[in-house]
Ligand binder design. Structure first.
Ligand code: GDP
Length: 446
């Protein structure tokens, strides 16, 4: 089960519970069983799921809750808290500081996406004003250096490696020394990952770590490895001091639940996730917004960050005002589509909005989604000001829709489809009515 489906199953379980007239032990148990099943199907380790179930039951003591309490809300909050707890080891990872050069070593199995992730990590920091550098200490896999070189060149990041030298420790030390001299402030060491000969792999990793004394060791894990995640992560943690985790391929059809298990095994936080093969398909990972999104509660702080990033400053207060009023006109939809087209990876933005399903943004259909949005916008261009600003659903009768279709050179049914989408979005938008918009990083409004 992919993570989006996991989120769907959990929110459905919560929904079913809220449809029940009385929330008693039986209803709560059914809801928890449903959630347990979904988590297990997503490859979250059995032990963790059991713990979570027990904890929720401890928090939600139905007998003690007076009639006036909003039980659904309390249960939802308990599930939210427990999922966050699973993903949050309780201590932050080391974060590099620009004032002193940091060495960050990447470890993980071959094919996990380690080399790609090293470049993504470097590129991410480079965009933020760092001077990163890449060292290829993978002498085991033929082509590893070429791959790193290619990626680094594309991102204009200095790199170091050798075709001749077979000792990874020597290359790692030389690379780190050289980039320290060149005043690079983030030196990233890629190590080799193998499928077999694990003992040798772990020994080599230990030696590279001892020689380069990294400030942070990042364990890279493919989200699709499923139930094996816990053991694999633990094996790495036992050999080197893993301090953070990056989960790759979260865009695929992977069972992402293994990520939760990796955190438990390494007691280290997930700091980024990989969401595609491209350099910028890389997202900072924050537990609360992630779990919010998983539960279909949206990620308001992520959404707000995006708003701050792309909506022109002078339009921001107005947009936030409209959001909290809950009124949604076609003109607002038009403006939002304009922003979305500017915002880049559309799916990322949409999944941050509470309730925005993948209907408009089918997975892997980014191009089609953009085309659809542009088609809708052409039709909106044929609407009058009165129509664009109306909040009266009865205004849009058949003759008006026919006129819009003619004006935009589209079929009548295309206009109907556009209005269906409008109604769907308006419904979601209305849910945000009265919502306190959180300031950056403040999730207390959720
Ligand atoms: P390594 O052997 O661990 O260094 O793995 P690579 O960096 O060579 O990656 C293995 C494959 O996974 C390559 O085809 C990458 O393009 C791909 N890959 C890495 N990260 C991601 C990701 O987040 N999403 C997707 N879809 N593919 C990824």
């Amino acid at each position: 089960m992919v993570l989006a489906e996991l989120g769907g199953s959990i929110s459905r379980a919560l929904q079913q519970m809220s449809n029940a007239t009385i929330i008693d032990e039986k209803v709560l148990n059914e809801c928890l069983n449903e959630i347990t099943r979904a988590l297990l199907q997503s490859d979250v380790q059995f032990k963790l799921v059991r713990e979570m179930q027990t904890n929720i039951k401890k928090i939600v003591n139905l007998d003690d809750l007076a009639a006036g309490h909003n039980k659904r809300k309390i249960i939802q909050q308990a599930i939210f808290t427990e999922l966050c707890k699973m993903l949050d080891p309780g201590k932050p990872s080391f974060t590099p500081k620009k004032s002193k050069p940091s060495v960050v070593m990447f470890v993980g199995l071959q094919g996990s996406g380690k080399t790609t992730t090293c470049t993504k990590y470097a590129y991410y920091h480079q965009k933020k004003g760092w001077k990163p550098a890449l060292v290829c200490a993978d002498t085991f896999r033929a082509g590893a250096f070429d791959q790193l070189k290619q990626n680094a060149t594309k991102a204009k990041i200095p790199f170091y490696g050798s075709y001749m030298e077979s000792d990874p420790v020597k290359i790692a030390v030389e690379g780190v020394e050289r980039f320290k001299k060149e005043n690079c402030d983030l030196i990233i060491v890629d190590t080799s990952g193998r499928h077999k000969q694990e003992v040798a792999l772990f020994e080599e990793m230990r030696q590279v770590s001892e020689a380069t004394k990294p400030d942070l060791v990042i364990f890279v894990m493919d989200s699709s490895i499923g139930q094996a995640a816990f053991d694999q992560a633990q094996a790495f943690k036992q050999s080197v001091a893993v301090g953070a985790v990056i989960i790759t391929k979260m865009d695929g059809h992977a069972k992402g639940g293994g990520a939760l298990s990796a955190v438990a095994a390494t007691k280290s936080p997930v700091i980024f996730i990989g969401t595609g093969e491209h350099m910028d398909e890389f997202e900072v990972f924050d537990v609360k917004p992630f779990v919010s999104r998983l539960l279909g509660m949206g990620d308001l702080s992520g959404f707000m960050d995006k708003i701050h990033e792309v909506v022109p400053m002078d339009q921001q207060p107005e947009l936030l005002q409209k959001l909290s009023e809950g009124t949604f006109t076609v003109r607002i939809m038009y403006e939002q589509f304009q922003n979305i087209l500017k915002m880049g990876p559309i799916n990322q933005v949409f999944s941050m909005l509470p309730g925005f399903s993948s209907e408009l943004m089918p997975k892997g259909g980014e191009k089609e989604s953009q085309a659809k949005i542009k088609r809708y916008m052409t039709m909106m261009d044929s609407m009058t000001n009165e129509e664009l600003d109306s909040t009266n659903p009865k205004l849009m009768n058949e003759s008006r829709m026919m006129r819009i279709a003619r004006g935009a050179g589209r079929q009548y049914r295309d206009v109907v489809e556009m209005f269906e989408e409008y109604k769907r979005l308006a419904k979601i938008w209305s849910k945000m009515k009265g919502l306190k918009i959180p300031k950056k990083g403040d999730m207390s409004a959720l």
